[in-house]
Design a protein. Structure first.
Ligand SMILES: [Fe+2]
Ligand SMILES: [Fe+2]
Length: 396
C-alpha cells in the first residue's frame, strides 16, 4: 500500500491543507494518508495564542475526516514531548509494515531535509512527496532531488498543487475581525465559533444562515427587520453596533419550538423557570434562546442578557437590552395600533419609548387575559423612578 503521511500543527486546518492532501492522493495514487497533528506543549500553545492539542485534533478530524483515503493519527499528540519525523515514521512502519511510506512536505521543508534528525535513515524509509506551487519551486526541487538521490539514494515525487493562498497564522489574525471563514470548512468554522478559539467573532452572513435555519419564513422577515432596526437604534444611541446586530440576529432562535421542546432545553441547560414562564411559550423562548446562543455561538454576556430579557424587560436594563427590546417591538414588519408613534419616540427619547413599550405590552397581555410577568412591571417601576438615567449614562 502507498501510504501518505501528512503532518502539521493544523492551527487551524484550512482549505489549503485539504486541497494539498487531495492533490497528493490524486497525483501520487495514495491509497491512504495519515494526517498527523503535531504535539505542542500547552505553555507554548498558550503563549502563541494557539488552540490546545485537543482542539487541534478535533478540528483536524472535522477538516479531513471524510476526505477520501484520509485518516487521523493522534500518535504524536499521545506521545507528547517533541516528536521527530524519524520517530513517527518508525512507529508508522511498525503499524503498516508492508506499506510504502510517502512523506508529504512543502518545498521549504524538502530543502532542509539534511538538517533533520537521522535524515539518512529517514530517507531510507520513505519516499518524499513534495508539493510544488510553481515552476520556480519545481526547479528548486529538481536540483535537490538529483543531489539527494546521488548522495543518499533518496526517492522523490513531485505533487503539482494549485495552492489556496492562506496560512493558519493569517487565519488567526482574520478570525477576530469576523473574516476568513471562506478558507475553512464549515464544520471547522462552527467548531471555532462554538469554542471561541483564536478570539473569533462570528461572521454575520454565517450567523444569519445558522439562525434562519432555525426559523420559519415569517419569523425570518421579523428577525431581518429586527436586525436592521437594532443597528439603527444602536447608531442613534451610541450602543455597540456589532453586539446589537449579533443579539438581534439570534434573539428568536428557539421561537419555533413548542412547549415540550422549550422545557426540554430548560432541563438540558439547567435553566431555572418560574410558574408563569413554565406555561408561557413567549416567555420561555427568550430564556432558551439566550442559552442556545451562548452554547452554540459563544455569545458574550451582554448579548446573552439582551436575548434573555428581550420579552419581559427587567430592572437595570443595559443600553443593549433596551435597543433589542425596542427593535423587536418596532421593527418594520410590525403593524399594530400606535406603532408609528412608538417608532418615532424610540429615536427621540429611548427611555420614554421603553416605558411606553412596556406599558403597551402589559395592556396587550391584560386584554388577552394573560398575566404579565412581574419583571415587566419591575422594569416599568424602575424606569418611572428615573433610576435608568444613571444606567444609560454609564452604558453610553
Ligand atoms: Fe422573541
Ligand atoms: Fe422577536
Amino acid at each position: 500500500m502507498r501510504l501518505g503521511i501528512y503532518g502539521g500543527t493544523f492551527d487551524p486546518p484550512h482549505l489549503g491543507h485539504l486541497t494539498a492532501l487531495k492533490a497528493a492522493v490524486r497525483e501520487l495514487e495514495l491509497e491512504r494518508v495519515l494526517v498527523i497533528p503535531t504535539f505542542i506543549p500547552p505553555h507554548k500553545e498558550q503563549a502563541a495564542g494557539m488552540a490546545s492539542c485537543e482542539d487541534r485534533l478535533k478540528m483536524t478530524e472535522l477538516c479531513f475526516g471524510d476526505a477520501p483515503g484520509a485518516g487521523i493519527w493522534d500518535g504524536e499528540i499521545k506521545r507528547g514531548g517533541r516528536s521527530y519525523t524519524i520517530d513517527t515514521v518508525t512507529e508508522i512502519k511498525k503499524l503498516y509494515p508492508d506499506s510504502e511510506i510517502v512523506l508529504l512536505m512543502g518545498t521549504d521543508m524538502y530543502v532542509t531535509l539534511e538538517a533533520w534528525r537521522e535524515f539518512e535513515r529517514l530517507l531510507g524509509l520513505v519516499t518524499c512527496g513534495v508539493f510544488i506551487r510553481n515552476s520556480g519551486e519545481e526547479d528548486t526541487v529538481r536540483t535537490h532531488e538529483l543531489r539527494l538521490r546521488e548522495m543518499y539514494g533518496a526517492k522523490t515525487e513531485i505533487i503539482p498543487n494549485d495552492p489556496v493562498e492562506i496560512s493558519s497564522t493569517e487565519l488567526r489574525e482574520l478570525l477576530p475581525k469576523r473574516q476568513g471563514r471562506e478558507f475553512l470548512r464549515d464544520e471547522v468554522y462552527e467548531y471555532i465559533v462554538n469554542k471561541g478559539l483564536f478570539g473569533v467573532k462570528a461572521d454575520f452572513d454565517w450567523l444569519r444562515c445558522k439562525a434562519y435555519d432555525m426559523l420559519n419564513e415569517r419569523r425570518i422577515r421579523h428577525v431581518a427587520g429586527c436586525e436592521a432596526e437594532a443597528v439603527k437604534l444602536a447608531k442613534a444611541w451610541g450602543c455597540d453596533v456589532e453586539l446589537a446586530r449579533e443579539a438581534a440576529i439570534l434573539h428568536d432562535i428557539t421561537k419555533k419550538l413548542d412547549l415540550e421542546g422549550q422545557l426540554n432545553l430548560c432541563s438540558e441547560y439547567g435553566i431555572i423557570i418560574d410558574e408563569i414562564e413554565r406555561s408561557e411559550l413567549k416567555l420561555l423562548h427568550s430564556k432558551t434562546g439566550a442559552y442556545v446562543a451562548k452554547d452554540r455561538f459563544n455569545v458574550c454576556g451582554e448579548v446573552f442578557n439582551a436575548i434573555l430579557w428581550h420579552t419581559t424587560g427587567r430592572e437595570d436594563m443595559s443600553l443593549l437590552d433596551k435597543v433589542i427590546y425596542l427593535a423587536d417591538y418596532i421593527e418594520p414588519t410590525r403593524d399594530f395600533e400606535g406603532v408609528k408613534s412608538l417608532r418615532a419616540k424610540c429615536y427621540e427619547d429611548l427611555d420614554g419609548a421603553l416605558c411606553l413599550g412596556l406599558e403597551m405590552s402589559i395592556a396587550d397581555m391584560e386584554q388577552y387575559g394573560v398575566r404579565p410577568h412581574e419583571r415587566t412591571a419591575n422594569a416599568l417601576n424602575w424606569l418611572r423612578k428615573g433610576e435608568h438615567y444613571d444606567n444609560t449614562e454609564r452604558d453610553g
